[in-house]
Design a binder for this molecule. Sequence first.
Ligand SMILES: [Zn+2]
Length: 297
Amino acid sequence: MKPFFTKRVVTTALIASVLGGGLLAFLTLRSVNAPGASAPDEIGSASHGPKRSVIGLSVEGRQIEAYTFGNGERHIAFVGGIHGGYEWNSVVLAYTFMDYLDANPNVIPAGLTITVIPSANPDGVHKITGKEGRFAITDVRTDVPEGEGRFNAHEVDLNRNFACKWKPESMWRGNVVSAGSAEFSEPESRAIRDFVLKSAPATVVFWHSQSDAVYASECEDGILPQTLDIMEAYSRAAGYPAVDSFDAYEITGDAEGWLASVGIPAITVELKTHETIEWEKNLAGIKALFGYFENRK
Ligand SMILES: [Zn+2]
C-alpha cells in the first residue's frame, strides 16, 4: 500500500473576542498532517479558507483532491495535471493559484465559487516526483525519458478516456496511446466526471503544457458559443494565442470535448514550456474569467 496523503482538518474555530477597545481575533483552520505525509500544506490560513474534498482515488489509491473557495451561486473549476508528471508544471500552477486565492480571498467575486483540482493524475506525478500530494520543483526528476508520467498507472492517457468520440486507441502527436478499455474506464476520469455532474460548473479550465495557446472545445455538435467567449477572454488577458479547433492530429475521448457534449464550456490552456508556470499571464487570464462571469446575469 502507498502511504496516502491524509491531511485532515481537525479544527475549525472562529473565535471572536473583545479585548479592551474591541479587537476581533480570528482563529481559523488548523491543519495537521498525518505521519508520513510528505508536504505540509497550510491551505486554509485565511479567514475564508478552502474546503478540501477527495473526489476519487487513482489506480494506485492516491487521493484526487478538490479545493473549493468562495460560496457564490456560479461554479467555475480549474484542473491541473491530467497529464501527470509529464506536465507537472500545470500542477504547480494550480497550487500557486490556490495559494493566491488563500491569501487574497477577496478577488473571488461574490457570485462565484471556485474549485481547483490541482493534480488529476497523481500516479503520473508520483512517477516523476516520488511524492504524495504537494511537491516542490526540486523534487522533479530530470533524468527521465520524454513523456514519462503522462499516463495513469494503467498506461492510459486520461485525456483520451472521456465519453466524446471515444475509441480504444487515440493519438498523442505521432504516437498511438491507450484510451482505456471503455469510456471512463479509469478512476481518475470518473472522478472528474462525477465532480462535474455533481457541481455543474459554468466552465472548466484545464491546464496543460506545452503548446502556448488557449483552445476551445467541441464534441459532435460543434463549439458552444460561450466557449468562444471564454477562450477569447482568457487568451486576450493572458497573451496566449486563441485556437478554435485543434487539428494537428485526431484526438478522441478528451475531457474538454466531453464537457462540450454535456453543455459545459471548457477550455484548454497550454503553458509555453514544460517547466514554467507563467503565473502573471495566467492570473490575468483567470481574472478575465472572473470578470466575464461576474458581469453575466
Ligand atoms: Zn497535456
